[in-house]
Design a binder for this molecule. Structure first.
Ligand code: SF4
Length: 470
């Protein structure tokens, strides 16, 4: 299994999320803020649409030629003095990190925010091996202290209120309670400063990897990425194999869109470009840089009709605009990747049986596609995955049987006409305009929150014909 499967059903996870309306409100407000800012800064660009078209072309070209660019990247990293490791799956990636840690005689590891390390459950493996691991991104630091996990791909603790964060700091760090954001920031800063200085290894993800130069690009807002890649003796960067861009010029296009789409900033505050370890005469930098390129199910996606999802630059814009994400929050998805992008990536990486509900957790309104900086057709991918869930027998048998009967009925006009006539008569026995009684069995979900309209006496086509003749 490339991605950890959830332990409870989607239905239960959503019910759990509804138990905490305060958190859902925090998510809604933060997502709305991100979205408003995004709109403003993209609108200020001279030609945002042309830039997005160009970004899509770059991503499409790169993914279509991934084999070439990955090999070019490997050679470039080696020329810059770094080492490249290939990991087929999560277990292999974890074992490579553990080997490097063992060779470096490491005791303490400082981490910068990285979704791919969440994907491979790296922290647990390192801690099980007796290593101390400390998250240094403020959101991840809070999640780690609180025994929580991220609910958004760029803002890990979007779901927490500042009062909850104050209580976590008080309990876990033994400080006086405060919910003042500046004071909380200062407490975290003081704690983390010592972590940077005493860690043996710094682990990061990778926003983009540049094939022509072997550059690892990190975009952060807190500067912790710089500390983690500069102060410890060893730097390990872990990247999904689709993170590649061919050239530094292509990187410039992506960076113009990443900050704008993610948080509504013209540029992420700290953009670090890392090229190999410290060279002779450099005052700072690690002695060794290792890059781990992770497959973990991505080549399988590359070969199928869901490959477009690999264009994703993990900006999170589709989460901020999704009505389902904003209603149920990130944890209800049961995956490290929530929202529309997660509803596609999670079944690809973790298998359809474990995540069969997620492609259905969408209204298919198309808002995600509209905001996606690289114009991924997310609704089309969700529909393809819905088809796959049916093909793999993951939809309820009553629903499959029902759809088969419907298909038979709707494919012959005389049958359809007869069926709608019977339905109109039947539903009119239960109500005048609306049926207010609860439906039985699995249909009860339909009438739990709304009434069901009675069927029209005549089908729309017949009504239209009559209207045209009048
Ligand atoms: S699918 Fe598009 S909008 Fe969503 S995270 Fe990826 S790049 Fe951003």
């Amino acid at each position: 299994m490339n991605l950890e499967a959830p332990t409870s059903s989607f239905h239960h996870r959503v019910q759990d999320a509804f138990q905490n309306p305060g958190r859902l409100e925090a998510i809604r407000q933060a997502a709305a803020r991100f979205y408003e800012h995004r709109d403003a800064v993209l609108g200020a660009l001279q030609d945002a649409d042309a830039l997005r078209d160009l970004a899509r072309l770059i991503r499409a070209h790169t993914i279509a030629n991934l084999d070439t660019y990955l090999v070019q990247f490997e050679v470039s990293v080696q020329q810059a003095g770094g080492q490249v490791h290939w990991a087929r799956d999560a277990a292999e990636a974890r074992s490579i990190v553990l080997d490097i840690a063992c060779q470096a005689d490491a005791k303490r590891i400082a981490k910068s925010k990285s979704m791919v390390t969440e994907e491979i459950r790296l922290n647990k493996a390192l801690m099980d091996a007796g290593l101390e691991v400390i998250e240094t991104d403020l959101g991840e630091f809070i999640a780690q202290l609180g025994g929580d996990h991220p609910s958004h791909i760029i803002a890990p603790v979007l779901h927490l209120t500042r009062q909850e964060i104050g209580a976590i700091f008080q309990e876990k760090l033994g400080v006086d309670y405060t919910d003042d954001p500046l004071a909380l920031n200062q407490i975290a800063r003081e704690k983390l400063r010592e972590v940077y200085l005493s860690s043996d290894i710094g682990i990061t993800g990778c926003n983009f990897a540049v094939a022509e130069s072997g550059t690892i690009c990190l975009a952060t807002n807190e500067g912790n990425g710089r500390m983690v890649t500069t102060l410890p003796r060893v730097h390990i960067a872990i990247m999904g194999m689709e993170r590649i861009v061919p050239t530094l010029d292509d990187l410039a296009v992506m960076l113009q869109l990443l900050g704008r789409s993610a948080t509504g900033q013209k540029m992420t505050v700290y953009t670090s470009l890392i090229n190999g370890p410290r060279r002779q005469g450099d005052p700072h930098g690690p002695d060794a840089v290792h890059v781990i390129i992770l497959d973990n199910g991505r080549t399988k996606a590359l070969a199928g009709d869901l490959a477009e999802i690999l264009y994703c630059i993990r900006c999170g814009a589709c989460l901020n605009v999704c009505p389902v994400y904003k209603t149920i929050g990130g944890h209800a998805y049961g995956s490290v990747y929530p929202g529309p992008v997660g509803a596609i990536i999670s079944p690809i990486l973790g298998g359809i049986p474990a995540f069969a509900d997620l492609p259905h957790a969408s209204t298919l309104c198309g808002a995600c596609q509209e905001v996606c900086p690289v114009r991924i057709d997310l609704p089309a991918l969700l529909l393809r995955l819905r088809r796959d869930t049916v093909v793999e027998g993951q939809s309820p048998s009553w629903l499959r049987r029902g759809m088969q009967i419907y298909a038979k009925t709707a494919s012959k006009p005389s049958r359809f006409s007869l069926a709608t006539g019977v339905a109109a008569l039947g539903t009119r026995l239960l109500g005048r305009d609306w049926i207010r009684l609860p439906f039985p069995g699995p249909l009860a979900a339909w009438t739990r929150f709304r009434h069901f309209p009675v069927f029209a006496r005549r089908i729309f086509q017949h009504q239209l014909k009559d209207d045209q003749h009048e």
